[in-house]
Design a protein around this ligand. Structure first.
Ligand SMILES: NC(=O)c1ccc[n+]([C@@H]2O[C@H](COP(=O)([O-])OP(=O)(O)OC[C@H]3O[C@@H](n4cnc5c(N)ncnc54)[C@H](O)[C@@H]3O)[C@@H](O)[C@H]2O)c1
Length: 413
């Protein structure tokens, strides 16, 4: 790289040019690109020793010994730990384990630091030995954050085990932890080497967490995929959200459409250079709600309450007809998601919007449905519109029989 000399003659601070030594006046510009590529596979029977997919992701060939750090959700360790260990043993992978609690309360900086300490304790080789994160969105976000920090980045593999993890948290490049009352306030963009999705893990996921994942699938349907929306209506009216764990044809289509839609949106904008992101639908007001509701709401539940407001906002702007508005709210309600929450006052909505404006670099950039399956961004939402949307949702929620206190209805298994 060649420096470029600066042309002007230096002047003194008082304006007159002087016989002072000239400062170097040289500028270097550094430019570089980092290619990012990772695979997302749906693989059934991931823990079957006859299946080489996970072993290959760990760099194992079954002949030469290798090592990895398994960062695993505590419930997943209880349910699947022995099978994971037996699998890795069969492939001659010496595994070191760091167990982390799932659930939002554990998504904090100290957890990530503990993961880096586990890397130090095993003496993780910087390039060849992998971190294998197995769990829900919380463990994946924490482990990915730790992997991005340790020696400024070590390779990691994601194995999402919840529905939300498999269609969202486990397949993008974002990592992070919560800080203060702020969701994901500390975080990085750090791609895994691969994400391995085995829908068989869903069989043991708590029903409320299946519904939670369903919220992010409804989001993808609303902003991008009307066919998926209709498929979801059929699933919810038929066998119910829990049938997504059964692995039938409809479940496979729902999960693969949701993943495809998500990756399609993420890929051209991995580092969020463009801040108008349709996948931010349902994520304008929900970050404030999620950590403030008491008892706490799950991520997808807060997203659903946010989406309900956005459905109403779109309806009042003439972007969503009465029938589609009704269908969207009914689908969320029938799936078992809350449409409103008492914490969601108009003032809190306005405050969350102000925070979103900072996050979105000075503009609201709120995605609203422009018909089901399409999105348009608006920058001029008013306090009065927010109040009207909130009232509309409260009325519709009451008509659908939703509890007034925003309680999440018991989800049948
Ligand atoms: N990085 C991203 O792009 C991204 C995207 C969306 C959401 N997220 C984050 O994901 C998190 C939510 O993830 P989540 O909904 O998976 O929650 P979670 O990780 O807390 O998991 C939910 C519960 O399920 C348990 N669990 C996990 N797998 C299981 C299994 N197979 N069987 C039985 N129990 C199991 C966990 O222990 C936990 O109790 C939030 O923190 C959210 O911010 C991140």
């Amino acid at each position: 790289m060649s420096p470029s000399a600066s042309a002007p003659t230096p002047t003194t601070p008082f304006g007159a040019s002087a016989d002072l030594p000239k400062p170097p006046g040289l500028t270097w510009r550094v430019q570089s690109r980092e290619p990012v590529g990772y695979d997302v596979h749906i693989v059934r029977g991931l823990l079957d020793p006859a299946n080489p997919t996970l072993a290959r992701a760990c760099g194992a060939d079954g002949q030469n010994p290798t090592r990895c750090l398994v960062v695993v959700d505590d419930k997943v360790r209880t349910l699947y730990g022995e099978r994971v260990r037996a699998y890795l043993d069969a492939w001659r992978v010496e595994s070191f384990w760091k167990v982390l609690p799932g659930d939002e309360a554990a998504k904090e900086l100290t957890s990530a630091v503990e993961v880096t300490e586990a890397m130090t304790a095993m003496g993780l080789l910087r390039r060849t030995e992998k971190v294998v994160a197995i769990g829900g969105g919380v463990v994946l976000d924490v482990a990915g954050f730790a992997a991005s920090l340790y020696r400024r980045g070590v390779p990691y593999v994601r194995v999402p085990t919840t529905l939300l993890g498999q269609i969202d948290a486990g397949i993008g490049v974002k990592t992070g932890v919560n800080h203060g009352t702020h969701k994901n306030r500390l975080g990085t963009y750090y791609a895994p080497e691969t994400a391995l999705i085995d829908p068989e893990f869903l069989a043991t996921v708590d029903p409320r967490h299946i519904v939670n994942g369903m919220a992010e699938i409804i989001k993808m349907a609303l902003v991008k995929d009307r066919t998926l929306f209709e498929l979801l209506e059929a699933v919810v009216a038929g066998a119910g959200p829990q049938s997504l764990t059964a692995g039938g044809a409809a479940a496979t289509e729902v999960i693969s459409r949701a993943i495809a839609g998500m990756l399609d949106e993420l890929e051209p904008n991995l580092w969020e250079q463009v801040l108008e992101r349709s996948v931010d639908y349902g994520h304008t007001f929900s970050p404030s709600l999620e950590l403030r509701a008491d008892p706490p709401l799950l991520h997808g539940e807060a997203v659903a309450a946010d989406m309900a407001i956005c459905v109403a906002l779109a309806h009042h702007r003439g972007l969503l007809c009465a029938d589609d508005t009704d269908r969207a709210l009914r689908l969320m309600h029938d799936a078992g998601l809350p449409l409103s929450h008492p914490v969601f006052t108009t003032d809190l909505l306005a405050e969350s919007l102000r925070d979103a404006v900072k996050h979105r670099d000075g503009l609201q950039r709120v995605p609203l449905t422009d018909g089901i399956g399409r999105v348009r961004f608006v920058n001029d939402l008013t306090h009065e519109e927010l109040g009207r949307a909130r009232e509309f949702v409260a009325q519709r929620a009451a008509a659908l029989g939703a509890p007034e206190d925003g309680r999440v209805l018991a989800v049948a298994s």
